[in-house]
Ligand binder design. Structure first.
Ligand SMILES: *Cc1c(COP(=O)(O)O)cnc(C)c1O
Length: 363
């Protein structure tokens, strides 16, 4: 079957080079070859996140670490900042983990502002916050520097930050931001196959989790810490992913991180221009649009053109490109186009000409 190229906001298109690395013959996970592999990529991972802390590799999708962070760090009550499908879900997951939890809900399309979080933390009820930097369902990127400022006001509160669809596409300086857990799944901006998560935790997070008796084993931060000191993982990891990550980090640093960030800014601007050219508006509030995907307004909010988003998706799929016809409660009334991973100006142009033809066909 002919491959349909992915422009959905995860999983995204995986390069032939990455697949080749993924298929490197297997080694034992307690071997020198393995610790050499992990030790070899650690400095690049630390440089990517601007951190002196070890960067951990979890054999799970992002949700494993998102749930694990709650189990390690929440003893009193968690404030779940909610602005879309992924961030909203975190309240449900907190409750399912048996945690006291409360939502800070803003309208989908709006960002989470620092003062809103600070206002709630002032009540003194909370010992943890969950926050999604880049809400992939709405295409909103919340101002993360504002959250870092709130962390400085409330140093004892554990800040658990999902950068699933932004990590590696925009600068994220873990040590300077001061957060306690920051994580990503590799099938988004890293452009690896799904199945692994990358994360860092603070010393403060380790100290807090040491007081939690029922934090479990698989996502125990102390297990990750202890093993990472020897460049190992707590349990048998997805070794193919780590070879693929090694190959991907080579790509990141060959391009240069600044050039990589600039490329995402450029390709997302092209996507906004494509939408405007066809009379669409964007779903996110002005000034808060993501740099890794575009959530096009298609009736969810007043203003702009409205088409049959599923039909546009189907017609474009026939041309060999997959976009997404909206997620959760804004399915159909928005549609999403990803520019994350390896996409370039040239590859976006190919997508836009297919989309243009589909728009013509839609009439
Ligand atoms: C994709 C995504 C997740 C969930 O990732 P899984 O790989 O399904 O666990 C969480 N948060 C955000 C912002 C995402 O984009």
């Amino acid at each position: 079957m002919a491959h349909v190229k992915l422009f959905i906001p995860g999983p995204v298109e995986v390069s032939a080079k990455t697949y080749e690395a993924f298929c490197t013959p297997m080694i034992g996970h307690r071997s020198k070859a393995f610790s050499g592999l992990y030790a070899g990529i650690m400095p690049q991972l630390q440089s990517l996140l601007s951190t002196k802390r070890p960067v951990f590799l979890s054999t799970s999708s992002a949700w494993g670490v998102m749930e694990g962070a709650l189990r390690n760090l929440v003893t009193k009550k968690v404030l779940n900042c909610m602005c879309g499908a992924f961030s909203d879900k975190w309240l449900d997951v907190s409750k399912r983990c048996g945690k006291e939890a409360e939502g800070l809900q803003v309208e989908w399309g709006s960002p989470i502002r620092g003062e809103q979080v600070a206002e709630r933390l002032k009540t003194g009820q909370f010992d943890a916050v969950t926050y999604v930097h880049n809400e992939t369902s709405t295409g909103v990127m919340s101002p993360i520097e504002e959250l870092a400022e709130v962390k400085r006001q409330f140093p004892d509160v554990m800040f658990i930050v999902d950068t699933v669809s932004s990590m590696s596409a925009t600068p994220l300086n873990f040590d300077a931001l001061g957060f306690d857990v920051m994580l990503a799944g590799v099938q988004k901006a890293f452009a690896l196959p799904p199945g692994m998560a990358v994360f860092a935790c603070s010393e403060a997070a380790l100290a807090k989790s040491a007081t939690v008796a029922d934090r479990g084993y698989y996502f125990d931060l102390h297990e990750f810490e202890k093993n990472a000191e020897k460049h190992m993982t707590p349990s048998t990891p997805t070794i193919g992913h780590i070879y693929a990550l090694q190959s991907k980090l080579e790509d990141f640093f060959a391009e240069g991180l600044e050039a990589r960030y600039a490329r995402h800014l450029k390709t997302v601007k092209m996507t906004h221009d494509w939408a405007a050219k066809h009379g669409f508006t964007l779903f996110p509030d002005e000034g808060y649009a993501s740099v890794t995907l575009t959530c096009v307004n298609n009736g969810a909010k007043p203003g702009g053109r409205v088409i049959d988003a599923q039909k546009l998706t189907d017609l474009t799929k026939k041309r060999g490109f997959l976009i997404n016809a909206g997620y959760g409660k804004i399915k159909g009334t928005t549609f999403r186009i990803s520019n994350m991973g390896d996409e370039t100006e040239a590859s976006m142009v190919e997508l836009f000409s297919a989309l243009d033809e589909s728009m013509k066909e839609l009439g």
